[in-house]
Design a protein around this ligand. Structure first.
Ligand code: GLV
Ligand code: MN
Ligand code: MN
Length: 418
């Protein structure tokens, strides 16, 4: 068993085949959650899971659970997973790697005729990205009981389509109920530069930054771009622009991995010769310390009040996502570190700047993550890239850590399908 390794080629080929669904001209993926392309990705994963001898179920928010029985049905399952949805201009690996790595672990066990004591489940969580529907981490948040299901089902995208309607359209509104989880492992590309720059193959993830997301509405007044004197304008876009600078300043002036991003903006009426009367934009604040995150929000709020007065507008900030910095389970984190060590892989402890479904799973079960490098640390970009070798190394670590947790049944069972 110590010699057991995943099949690098099979993992890579599966990732490449999946990446054809929603492929973009620059080599990335556009597979927004709960769209027709997402359905195709889900269908492919479900087919592969069934071919690997698993049963597939989905719950009311569309989370997909592929289950491989263990020898002891009394034990709660050990979960591996991530997400199949992507950013509008995303890459081939963000999320997809964690799901395909879980599938590869099962295929490897099948080929070796090994059964675990605890059941295994490979999971794909709905709407991890949070770009079509807010909140981010929707499926894992629902599973962990963070959100009320009805609230989530009523969320609407920019075109007014609700989560409920989108789920029904693609046929993934299911009935599976939340169930106990023995442990959760998520493999993911790092999405930052630390591993690559330090020449390290495996990131042993300690936890993730806390986040606060806001929908901000600036209300001014539409007026004519010519006759309206500068000193009386109620220019919502001018105020929004100043807020963008403040978000950046607040993040750069705070410690603890503080981050601040405005990534989306809508200007009304969006005409060249009209002083804009309304602007809506998003704010994404992050930090490794909850108190720092609060201080950032407070400071941004203060600056908003000053900008309101100076620009003669109203600024309303509505919080739409909040989770404090998370810490993963030391014993599981230790098993990831031990697995990397046993495999002779260069590894280091790391903090995740990105959100992951592991953040919410950590509230209900021991949780850990495995990171592998991505080229230039670039992600949420079509050019996102990772090597077959690094992806395989992360999957080997996942396999060992999962076996350590799930246990190996004494009598090996012959498996028919690879
Ligand atoms: C998830 O992709 C995030 O925003 O960190
Ligand atoms: Mn991801
Ligand atoms: Mn992402």
């Amino acid at each position: 068993m110590t010699d057991l390794r995943i099949d690098r080629r099979r993992l890579w080929d599966s990732l490449m085949e999946l990446a054809r669904i929603g492929a973009t001209p620059k080599g990335g993926v556009r597979r927004l959650t709960l769209t027709e392309l997402d359905r195709q990705g889900r269908d492919l994963f479900s087919r592969w899971a069934r071919e690997a001898g698993m049963t597939v179920e989905f719950d009311a928010i569309g989370n997909l659970f592929a289950r491989r029985a263990g020898s002891d049905p009394e034990l709660p399952p050990v979960l591996m997973g991530s997400h199949l949805d992507s950013q509008p201009s995303g890459g081939k690996f963000d999320g997809a790697y964690g799901v395909m790595a879980g599938l590869e672990v099962v295929r490897t066990l099948n080929a070796a005729g090994l059964r675990t004591r605890a059941p295994l489940e490979v999971v794909s969580w709905t709407n991890e990205e949070g770009s079509r529907f807010v909140p981010t981490l929707m499926g894992s948040g629902a599973f962990a009981g963070v959100y009320a299901l009805d609230d989530l089902l009523g969320q609407r995208d920019a075109e007014g389509v609700s989560v409920r309607e989108a789920l029904e359209t693609i046929g993934y509104a299911g009935r599976a109920q939340p169930h106990p989880v023995g442990a959760y492992f998520e493999a993911h590309i790092e999405q930052g530069p630390v591993l690559e720059q330090s020449g390290t193959t495996i990131g042993v993830v300690q936890g993730a930054l806390g986040q606060r997301w806001f929908d901000v509405t600036v209300t001014g007044m539409d007026s004519h771009a010519g006759p309206t004197p500068m000193e009386v304008r109620k220019d919502a876009l001018l105020a929004a622009s100043r807020m963008v600078l403040e978000v950046n300043r607040v993040a750069t002036s705070h410690p603890d991995y503080a981050r601040g991003t405005v990534g989306s903006m809508q200007v009304k009426p969006n005409s060249r010769n009209v002083v804009p009367g309304e602007v809506r934009f998003s704010v994404d604040l992050r930090s490794a310390r909850d108190a720092t995150l609060s201080a950032m929000v407070e400071e941004l709020g203060r600056r908003a009040r000053a900008i309101e007065a100076e620009c003669r507008v109203a600024i309303e900030m509505q919080q739409v996502v909040y989770f404090p910095p998370s810490e993963f389970a030391p014993e599981l984190v230790g098993s990831v570190r031990a697995a990397a060590g046993e495999l002779g892989l260069a590894h280091r402890d790391i903090v995740s700047g990105a959100a992951h479904d592991a953040v919410y799973l950590a509230r209900i079960a021991p949780t850990a993550m495995v990171f592998v490098p991505c080229a230039g640390g670039i992600s949420h970009n079509e050019i996102e890239s990772a090597t077959p070798e690094d992806l395989a190394a992360g999957c080997d670590v996942l396999l060992r850590a999962v076996l350590a947790r799930a246990g190996v049944a004494r009598a090996a069972v012959p498996e028919t399908r690879p």
